[in-house]
Design a protein around this ligand. Structure first.
Ligand SMILES: Cc1cc2nc3c(=O)[nH]c(=O)nc-3n(C[C@H](O)[C@H](O)[C@H](O)COP(=O)(O)OP(=O)(O)OC[C@H]3O[C@@H](n4cnc5c(N)ncnc54)[C@H](O)[C@@H]3O)c2cc1C
Length: 482
């Protein structure tokens, strides 16, 4: 355990939000220590040789549209600290039965051209939203707030409260355009009939055009390493191998910020938090889990569709109905025989990920929270369906089921990788409904993880906003908003 020396702030957990909080505080001259339970920093940003030597797999996050959209991450000189974003030719490809594919290009127009009868509808929906993307990110990647650019938000918000199902039916006639929206909407990890899932669908579709869906060269770990390097340059430090169980384990500090699940924060803080707030934390809901597989491959995934070989990210689910059923099943305690998959093939664009001529694969399905059912065969059949011969290329695989996910990182309660359900009731009122959701009734305790607004993903915005809330407690107004 670290010596109980005094610092201004201690952050518990070194995920992107913990590091973002630490950097935001250190930028204001505060002395900050980050305490991490595992042997390396990074939380959801680690990269490791999970299968065979020389095969570098992103343990959690792989594709970074939210990183590109994040006003906080974009305010840092990540390039100077070693991050190189690699943009594939196409941000996203969604293979279809029979060898076709839905291809989302960087250009709205080029994407629309591929959507036949929905060409005009796609342009009409996406063009104004992509034009106002920076304003949308500023407002939506944070707590509920009065928007600085209300007109941009109104255009988005009128549709955002719909379900992805309603938006698809209202906007599009072709099964391809509807399936494209379904794949994006499924990142909410909610049934696609749930109100608000249209917002996820639109945000991710907009980001493909506005900022792209890159991977980080050498793996997502490069982003974590850069954040640590920036923090250290500001005088902060990260202490690893220190799982925190009680507040007394920590260096003395004026303020503590938890990059943890509400459950972990509650157990560490105990009666330093009043009972009614603790009861609120215990009511926090977690949703379906991820069942993830990493593959070491002897060659690139042999997608039938040629465009699918020229992207880093694929959505596997050819129709709205198939994707919707898969997501609904995860909420009903079942796993679809044809689960919706998010697949990444980083080595196609980043040669550092595998030995020469070899490749890595990364993919997961949404399954019921805590499920111990084996989804491996169903996941591999889904890939084989669109890439015949895939199984023959597998040299080794690493499987992470929901229990292993939580064992790896206690923030993934029951395997929930989004830091808690992101429905309308809990997206902004997370972890409990408070005017300032990052603060707690204890003056020196804050929460900064993905269990605060704006929720899951590598953007650091939860940490940034939590740190600003802590700075207000210190009576320090952060120099300038991002
Ligand atoms: C399989 C998977 C795929 C994903 N894919 C993407 C993607 O492609 N793009 C994207 O943007 N997002 C993706 N995500 C989501 C993203 O990784 C998370 O939303 C993000 O990492 C959350 O950041 P965080 O800082 O809130 O918490 P985390 O990244 O979870 O970090 C929390 C840290 O706190 C530490 N910790 C917890 N409890 C304690 C304790 N008691 N003591 C000490 N340390 C503690 C943990 O060890 C961990 O290092 C994915 C996640 C997973 C699991």
């Amino acid at each position: 355990m670290p010596a109980r020396s005094a610092v201004d702030a201690v952050v518990i957990g070194s995920g992107p939000n913990g590091l973002a909080a630490a950097i935001t505080l250190a930028r204001q001259g505060l002395e900050v220590s980050v305490v991490e339970g595992r042997s390396t920093p990074g939380g959801g940003l680690r990269t490791a040789e999970l299968t065979l030597p020389g095969f570098r797999h992103d343990v959690c996050s792989a594709i970074h549209p939210l990183g590109m959209a994040s006003p906080f991450l974009q305010s840092l000189d990540l390039a100077a600290h070693g991050v190189r974003w690699i943009h594939p030719e196409f941000p996203l490809v969604q293979p279809l039965d029979g060898g076709g594919a839905i291809v989302q290009e960087r250009s709205v127009r080029a994407t629309a051209e591929r959507l036949g009868r929905d060409r005009k509808a796609y342009m009409g929906l996406m063009e104004p939203l992509v034009d106002s993307a920076p304003h949308l990110y500023e407002t939506l990647l944070g707590p509920l707030q009065i928007p600085k650019h209300p007109f941009s938000l109104i255009r988005f918000g009128l549709r955002a409260l719909l379900s992805a199902d309603q938006l698809a039916k209202l906007s599009f006639r072709t099964p391809e355009a509807r399936a494209l929206l379904a794949g994006h909407g499924a990142h909410s990890i909610l049934p696609l009939e749930a109100p608000g899932t249209a917002a996820f669908a639109m945000m991710l579709a907009i980001s493909a055009h506005a900022v792209g869906w890159p991977v980080a060269e050498r793996g997502s770990q490069a982003i974590a390493d850069a954040l640590v390097s920036i923090l250290e340059a500001l005088g902060g430090r990260v202490i690893c191998d220190t799982p925190v169980r009680k507040l007394e384990d920590l260096p003395r500090a004026r303020v503590y910020l938890f990059d943890t699940s509400p459950k972990v924060m509650e157990s560490i803080c105990g009666d330093r938090l009043p009972e009614n707030y603790r009861a609120g934390l215990r009511r926090f809901r977690h949703g379906p889990a991820a069942f993830k597989v990493d593959w070491a491959l002897s060659g690139p995934i042999p997608w039938s569709n040629e465009a699918a070989r020229r992207t880093a990210c694929l959505h596997i689910g050819p129709t709205f109905g198939e994707i919707a059923e898969s997501e609904r099943f995860a909420w009903q305690g079942k796993i679809s025989d044809r689960p919706f998959l998010i697949v990444a093939q980083q080595s196609v664009v980043d040669l550092t990920r595998a030995p020469a001529g070899k490749h890595t694969g990364w993919g997961y399905a949404h399954v019921p929270n805590g499920s111990n059912e084996d989804a491996l065969a169903r996941i591999e059949s889904q890939i084989e369906r669109f890439a015949p011969g895939f199984r023959d290329l597998i040299l080794a695989r690493h499987v992470t089921n929901p229990a292993a996910m939580e064992a790896y990182n206690p923030n993934y309660v029951g395997g929930d990788i989004a830091g808690g359900v992101q429905d309308l009731a809990q997206l902004y009122a997370r972890p409990v409904a408070r005017l300032d959701p990052y603060s707690t009734p204890a003056r020196d305790i804050f929460i900064c993880s993905a269990s605060t607004p704006p929720g899951g993903g590598v953007h650091g915005m939860c940490g940034y906003h939590a740190a600003r809330s802590a700075l207000r407690r210190f009576g320090i107004k952060a120099a300038r908003p991002l």
